[in-house]
Design a protein. Structure first.
Length: 506
């Protein structure tokens, strides 16, 4: 393997390939968010069932992220990167051809499994092609794609759904991944890493799949099956609990664990990782809930909902290089920056909890614009807090585990938020119906305005539905704000961190 940094056009081309690969993997976490109603309608399922398209991908991706270290040692970083890209493109295409929700979810699982290694592999390769004095620039490039992709997904998904149909949300990945795989192999194949035949922890992998899968199914199917009144949900909960405990015990005692949980002995990693998981879960759940409300409660098109969400990226793009440069000096405590980011998320989310049905698009969108200020304040210092104190021989395991924690937090946050949102809408509708003192008088007034009896009843039901969805959305955002505020305090359990990231930490 050549360790010489790239220069000139090769450096530019390799940077573009690696950044694009990471961008499209992260993009696929959110590009389906505004597309869920379109996908659900096209496949004949409810929007709530349609959220499986999001969570199945996120959980599958979370499973293979911690495998990336073992895969790169056994097959080589470049081989894993290129193969994952090709498989990601293949399964993306199959998602577009799906004719039922089970088929689509199955292909999304395979797509997530293929995409998982791309995030850590693209980061590792990107840092390996830059000279040491430019590692900050390489980190900035990778961070920018991670910041922009979640906010670009909704608007791109909205335009695609409204313009040419939801299957193209997946088809768009095919040419990009093919080009990146070809170019990446041509440029990087001489930089292949040394192979090591480490054994895979099959038992740990199976246990991980069992407890993650059982917990996710419990969260997604809870409302449909009436939660713990259902034997199925009870069994899933027991399976998840036993699987998790078994997984932890096995991984802490195995000689070659698939996930090195001993990394959590570092207080900085534990506090930072938990805070990052909470923050990313809250951030991603907001990106899911907001377009669902805009489309089902406000009558927005997928494109309009995506445009609202996309404003997240404006200040994120502006702030990311500034925050990276400031923290890169090693003069400031990263905990303060992360705390400010979490508190800012909490403030913006709290203001979202005051939304009303008569608000204009700008009145809603301005808070998304302002939220972008907090993302680099949260994301960049969290990486420093978690990885800077880790010894060099453990940094690879720590980086993979951090990606795992972040991705899993996003998947679970999305699942919990959408389940609670749907449940609360039903509760609020019942409460609103009970508060209508004289529904007949309202129907009579609508009749005088020219509505037939059936039209008047339908209009009254529509008003109650819209208001119940609005109240449910507000409640979700209010609770999310409390989670962000708690996360902002939690980070202070980590020790002071003014360290700089080295290439080993990536």
């Amino acid at each position: 393997m050549s360790n010489t940094p790239l220069t000139g056009s090769k450096l530019f081309a390799a940077s573009a390939v690696l950044a694009l690969a990471n961008f499209f993997v992260v993009l696929d976490i959110t590009i389906c968010n505004v597309s869920v109603p379109n996908i659900a309608g096209g496949l004949g399922v409810s929007p709530n069932q349609g959220t499986w398209v999001i969570t199945s991908y996120a959980v599958a991706e979370a499973i293979t992220v911690p495998l990336s270290g073992w895969l790169s040692r056994r097959f080589g970083t470049v081989h894993v990167f290129v193969t994952s890209l090709l498989l990601f493109g293949l399964f993306s295409g199959l998602c577009g051809f799906a004719t039922s929700l089970p088929m689509l979810v199955a292909f999304r699982v395979l797509q997530g499994l293929a995409g998982g290694p791309l995030m850590p592999m693209s980061q590792t390769l990107l840092l390996s092609i830059y000279p040491k004095e430019k590692l900050a620039a390489a980190t900035g490039i990778w961070a920018m794609t991670t910041l922009v992709a979640p906010t670009a997904g909704p608007i791109l998904g909205g335009h695609i759904c409204d313009g040419i149909g939801w299957p193209w949300v997946f088809f768009i990945n095919m040419p990009i991944t093919a080009i990146c795989a070809f170019a990446g192999w041509q440029i990087l194949r001489e930089r292949e890493t040394k192979l090591h035949r480490d054994p895979i922890d099959y038992i740990g992998f199976v246990l991980m799949v069992i407890w993650i899968g059982a917990l996710q199914m419990m969260l997604d199917k809870g409302r449909e099956l009436d939660w713990f009144n259902s034997t199925t949900i009870v069994m899933l909960a027991i399976t998840a609990a036993i699987g998790f405990v078994s997984f932890v015990i096995w991984e802490l005692t195995d000689d070659h664990p698939i996930v090195d949980l001993r990394i959590f002995r570092y207080r900085a990693f534990s506090a930072g990782g938990v805070t990052m998981s909470i923050g990313y879960g809250g951030f991603l759940s907001g990106i899911v809930i907001l377009p669902l409300w805009l489309q089902s409660g406000m009558g927005y098109s997928a494109t309009s909902a995506g445009e609202v969400i996309a404003l997240n990226g404006v200040f994120a793009l502006i702030m990311a290089p500034i925050i990276g440069r400031v923290l890169g000096t090693g003069k400031y405590d990263a905990r303060a920056f992360m705390c400010i980011g979490m508190l800012w998320f909490g403030f913006v989310t709290y203001m979202r909890g005051t939304f009303e049905t008569d608000m204009t698009m700008w009145q809603i969108a301005r808070w998304n614009l302002l939220q972008g200020i907090g993302f680099p304040l949260f994301f960049i210092p969290s990486t420093i807090i978690c990885l800077a104190p880790i010894p060099s021989h453990e940094t690879a395991s720590a980086a993979g585990l951090l990606s795992f924690v972040r991705t899993l937090g996003g998947a679970f946050g999305t699942s919990v938020a959408t389940t609670y949102w749907d449940n609360m809408a039903t509760v609020k509708k019942g409460a609103l119906v009970d508060t209508i003192n004289n529904a007949q008088a309202t129907i009579d007034q609508l009749g005088k305005a020219g509505y037939s009896h059936d039209q008047a009843v339908s209009q009254l039901d529509y008003i109650v539905n819209i208001q119940s969805i609005m109240l449910s959305t507000n409640r979700v955002f209010q609770l999310s704000a409390l989670v962000f505020f708690a996360g902002g305090l939690l980070i202070w359990f980590a020790p002071a961190s003014k360290g700089k990231l080295s290439s080993a930490a990536h």
